[in-house]
Design a protein. Sequence first.
Length: 284
Amino acid sequence: MVNEYVRQNIYFLLFRIATFLSVVFLLFILLYILKEGIGVIDIKFLTSMWSHRDITQGGIFPAIIGTIFLAIGVSIISIPIGICTAIYLNEYAKENLLTRTIKLAIRNLAGVPSIVYGIFGLAFFVLFLKLGGSLIAASLTLGCMTLPWIITASEEALKSVPLSFREGSYALGATKWQTVRKNVLPHSFSGMLTGSILGISRAIGETAPIIMIGATFFMGYLPSSPFDKFMALPYHLFILATQHSSPYAREYALGTSLVLIALIFMLNSGFFILRYKLRKKKEW
């Protein structure tokens, strides 16, 4: 009995150390970026067009707008399709070999490297569909990349709803769709948002796919349609950190990374607030 108690305390200690180290590493990274990059952030940096010849005279406004447009495009494409797919697989599809194979394929796709999605987007959306290196092509590519995350998280959220909710609805004469819409979705939608948060946040921070699709480092205008080229914060950060010759490139790269982190934080905060409000409505 004593040995089991000691073993338990050792495991708990290891878990605490792992948690502490994770938090320390995260805080170290954030504090380093904040310390090195906060000096370049001001109104001009956030609201001005990029100056290619002298980066100290311009800002990253086109990259911010391009990233926001990209996030909106990915959300419109991936969230409805992902949620509808999860509803069909969990509520309507029969449990057989084909369904199990589809679910396994979806889970495997979640682990495919992002560069592979970039190559697919280049071959299919850019070349085959002739969309070119445009905002819509990038949104479709990143939408495909985030679909497995959203489908998997949405399925798990649907499975968390007790079976008695469905059985009680059927007993009262409700149809399948009425049961799903009135009894299942309201109690699972907050969980579905979790997958959406992870998927969209991952899409915003990806660099490899948008390099393949045709994001640009410098534009003198803002995109006015889904078929225009675009700037994006991850690609802009990549060029500043690795290829730009300006002596201020490192400082501006860290400032850009700080803006990207803040943008993702604001997006996640909005989702978390919405999820919290939805969870408060649960009665179980």
